[in-house]
Design a binder for this molecule. Structure first.
Ligand code: AMP
Ligand code: ZN
Length: 483
């Protein structure tokens, strides 16, 4: 068995840093709450998957055999995280006059495109919620006798039947009351639906028969079932955005406790996963990021405005995943420049064969890197260690390359697969092609060589008129940019 490195990770359950101790020696099993595919993800949502990717890469780098599952929620997520509102998928299908299956297929593809553009590794499995409905019914049947009650609208989970409900949220059960729309007959404010019956006289596009009538599973049930089914309880790490710490994950935990107990399984705290990890939010200056208000910050919008998507990945890595991160276009541009500086060094290294990274000059930098990433994924410090390696003088290029490759296998900035020119800012709306720009620049260079400054200036103005700024003597070698 390969040797594994020690890691410390922040567990939201205990609000403490804890050493990572795998359930199965040498393995790491991770489940990440995936998107509800009723709309495009915004870049805040994608921060959650950049975080999960860094976690997965770090576990792999530390020598663990990683099994990562991300789900795709194509049914059951209501417009409100509590039991209010309607199914997000049904609502979108109605407003767009399309079938739910088409909506799900379209937005799943869009999400996967973002995953790829951000150089997020493919998980071992994308689990699709609608593929697991029989297992969900089975799970619900097991826990129903001791933990659930039926109302006209569905089958509800009684949170008072499990110990310490809501410990993940650190909330008094009733605190959520204001946010949870009352459902007539609920025993506790925090009780939640695990099966929602289709109201009499109505027809849903997606519905299944169950012991509680025709209807659809609750969103929380889906994640309990898919994670347990694919990774086995208990598994190592469950991830999601910090909003899930308040309702979704406490409810998953309650279900897992009920399920594991009825099976007589002696699971640590019966929580399903040993570690629960949450990324903080990407926010806009105006507040919370949203798909409905203001400019909808999709990754594609960044790309259309001319920013390479890896600039956004860099932006995420510059902050610690547990800190809030404010999005700004200036911040994105700065992150892109930082990435470009790295890639310039890598391009200068050329095609040198990777050697042994353990060069005495690089050793302390590698150590700083390992320590940073191994202590709760401190990517901000890891980036500075990488920059030290890039700047190191008089080091065998092969050793340097090996060290950069090792670091980039964790950071995933694709330093060897991206060219400097790829990072040029070029909005989709630009009316001039790159070949045309290059052509003018070549003529301008020739004019300057002949000290024909009149022509050179005229060509510069010609470019400016088309929105191209020629950047003479730019130390970063951008040469031009589209404004
Ligand atoms: P959803 O599709 O709404 O279930 O969200 C997908 C993932 O994105 C979940 O893990 C959320 O917790 C997370 N998330 C939602 N908004 C943000 C945000 N602004 N910043 C970071 N993560 C977020
Ligand atoms: Zn989930």
């Amino acid at each position: 068995m390969t040797e594994t490195k020690s890691l410390t990770l922040f567990n939201s359950l205990t609000r403490q840093l804890e050493p990572f101790q795998p359930v199965h020696a040498g393995e790491a099993r991770v489940y990440s709450c995936g998107p509800t595919v009723y709309n495009y993800p915004h870049i805040g949502n994608m921060r959650a998957y950049v975080f999960a990717d860094i976690l997965g890469r770090t576990l792999s780098h530390a020598g663990y055999k990683l099994t990562h599952v991300i789900n795709i929620t194509d049914v059951g997520h209501l417009t409100d995280d509590a039991d209010a509102g309607e199914d997000k998928m049904e609502k979108m299908a109605r407003t767009q006059a399309q079938s739910i299956w088409d909506i799900a297929a379209h937005y799943t593809q869009a999400y996967w495109a973002d995953i790829k553009a951000l150089n997020i590794r493919q998980p071992a499995k994308w689990s699709i919620a609608t593929d697991y409905v029989p297992q969900m019914i089975e799970f619900a049947e097991k826990i129903a006798p001791n933990h659930c009650y039926e109302l006209e609208s569905g089958l509800y989970f009684d949170v008072s039947t499990v110990s310490d409900y809501g410990r993940l949220a650190r909330a008094v059960t009733d605190e959520g009351e204001g946010r949870i729309e009352a459902v007539e007959g609920k025993r506790n404010a925090a009780d939640f639906a695990i099966w929602r019956k289709t109201p009499a006289g109505e027809k849903r596009q997606m519905e299944w028969d169950s012991p509680w009538g025709r209807g659809a599973p609750g969103w929380h049930l889906e994640c309990s079932v898919m994670s347990g089914d694919l990774l086995g309880f208990p598994f190592d790490i469950h991830t999601g955005g910090i909003d899930h710490r308040e309702i979704h994950h406490p409810n998953e935990i309650a279900q897992n406790q009920a399920f594991c107990c009825t099976n007589g399984l002696d699971v640590p705290a019966n929580s399903g996963a040993k570690l629960w990890m949450h990324n903080n939010f990407l926010v806009e200056r105006s507040g919370k990021m949203s798909k409905s208000s203001g400019e909808f910050l999709r990754l594609q919008l960044l790309i259309d405005k001319g920013y390479h998507p890896l600039g956004y990945r860099m932006m995420c890595l510059q902050a610690h995943y547990r800190s809030e991160l404010e999005f700004s276009w200036e911040g994105l541009a700065a992150a892109l420049v930082r990435l470009k500086r790295m890639i310039m060094v890598v391009e200068r290294l050329g095609d040198v064969e990777p050697g042994d990274a353990r060069h005495p000059k690089l050793a302390p930098m590698l150590e700083t890197f390992e320590k940073a990433i191994g202590e709760d994924l401190n990517t901000a410090v890891a980036l500075t260690a990488l920059e030290e390696v890039l700047a190191a003088k008089k080091v065998d290029p092969g050793a340097k390359r090996a060290a950069i490759e090792a670091m980039d296998s964790v950071l995933g900035l694709d330093l060897f697969g991206t060219g400097r020119a790829d990072l040029r800012i070029r909005p989709k709306t630009a009316e001039i092609t790159e070949a045309e720009i290059e052509d003018v620049l070549v003529r301008r260079k020739a004019a300057r060589a002949e000290k024909d400054f009149a022509t050179s200036d005229a060509l510069r103005d010609e470019l400016a008129a088309k929105g191209v700024e020629a950047m003479d003597g730019d130390p970063l070698g951008w040469e031009w940019k589209l404004g």
